[in-house]
Write a protein that binds this ligand. Sequence first.
Ligand code: ADP
Length: 588
Amino acid sequence: MGRSVRFRVFKDIWQHKTRSIWLVFLLFSNFFLWMNWDRKRRTAHAEELAPPSSELLFQERLTTLHQISIELTKATTFDDLCYRAVEAGRNRLGFDRLGLWLWTQGYDHTVGSYGTDEHGNLRDERNERGLIEKDDLVLRAIREKLAVVFEQNAPLYNHKSEIIGRGWNAMAALWDGDNIIGWFSADNLLHQQPLTSVDLDILKLYGATVGHLCTRKLAEEALLQERNLLRTIIDTTLDHIYIKDTQSRFLVSNRTSWANKPQASSESDVVGQTDFTHLPKELAALYTRGDQEVFTTGQPVLNREEPGISRDGQPIILLTSKIPIRDAQGNITGLVGVSRDITDRKRIEQQQLELALQKEKVQLLNEFISTVSHDLKTPLATIKNSLYLIERADDPLRAKDKLRVIDEQTHILERYIQDILAMSRLDHSLELVYESLKLNDVVLEVESKLQAIAEKNNQTIRLTFDDALPLINGNRAEMYRATINLMENALYYTPENGTVSVTTRAENNWVIMEFSDTGIGIQEADLPHIFERFYRADKARSMVSDGTGLGLAIVKKIVELHNGRIAIESTVGTGSRFIISLPAKVTS
Ligand code: ADP
């Protein structure tokens, strides 16, 4: 019978089993148990048996049985145990022919292990199976739950079921404490010695002893098989799996885990060591801190991304989970950790991100080219047209008028190109030169520049300064650009007689600048897009035509380069308010 078959046969038996019983206790306890259990039946047939040769003989055989049972505990496998049990039973307990049979689950078949042939040689009977229903002696033993049964003057068989002689034939159950898992069969074919009650008692006791040992061995093998299976699984996974004690010493380290450690050539190089033995100090400290977190909080650490190092010293990224292990009292005795190398996944994610960015850039560039070419076309066409008319104009006044148009359009083109250049410069010059700036001064400078335009439109510029305004760490030229853009917009989009107000104030560690106007306002639907490049709200476009749609994008970029924020509030027909918050310079 193959190992797997046996495993199946006795799986159930094992599941109900007390695993470790002191062998001597087992021997004697079973002996007395057995004696009581079958005494009645045995005595009922006692008159059939030859008288035992002497009480001393019984004691000697009992001692031998005890010795054998101790030796049998050293069997390496279940198969080895069966072999040794038959061998010792024949050679040392004096049974003529002895065979060990096991029952299949459901008690429908018998499966052989080792037996004795008609010449007295040990025989491999592992492939032999028999139907229980054909065996009267066995059927009787099962039916009557007998520890031992025998027949006198019975036909004796060889393995081909041929009758090869006559004599007594006895069977003893292999008792595991709860169930009968098989039996020993013995006969006297070779020497024809009479059957004594001592023979029966010894056979019965031997069955009980070997039954226990078989059960224990099967349990061990099943456990070993499970352990091997588990070990195979954890050793073939690509995840790093490990168990650590509360001192962060490895107790278990699967193949992926130990093989990733430089200089480790087997699990034993890692077991008993901490991460400090194999890894750079900073990494080992990081992992140990993670372990301690589990031990002190009692909570698992789940899916934490952390840096790692490959066996060849390359940086890797690990996704780590650590779960505390507790004893029966709930005390933490260690942790089980699983770390997955996600370097490739991260690299792919990064590549995908870069690809998406690249696509977005290309799309932006396309949009930019189409917007720019469209916006350049209009003034260029106007210039071209004006030049054509100048060439043909007789009237110098008309020619002068066309020259003025050309001047205006050139101005628009220039502004457009300047805005594009400014945007591009800001996109690429992340390192601006900063100085201590008082924003009141910047606003004053812009106001003096725009005062003439305001006066022309009969607009009022109102400045309300916090004189104690903290300084900011800013780039003067860019803050000037942002301020003039906002004030120009406010004036552009505010009708005549309107008011543009600039207020400065401090709020906690922030410097706030507010630009309000009493202008046309911005529709709610436009507000989320107002800082996008080239975005122009329709209503405003109809009012003025020389905007580039880059002004607010430039302002936002400048504010962000100063670690600030920009917000907008606007109501159509009432006016708009742009609020800029910049971090105040820290004074020591
Ligand atoms: P533009 O050069 O067209 O002014 P901006 O980026 O400066 O470009 O402004 C984008 C759009 O925001 C403008 O087209 C306009 O519709 C709207 N806008 C900006 N500032 C104001 C304001 N103070 N009042 C009303 N609308 C404004």
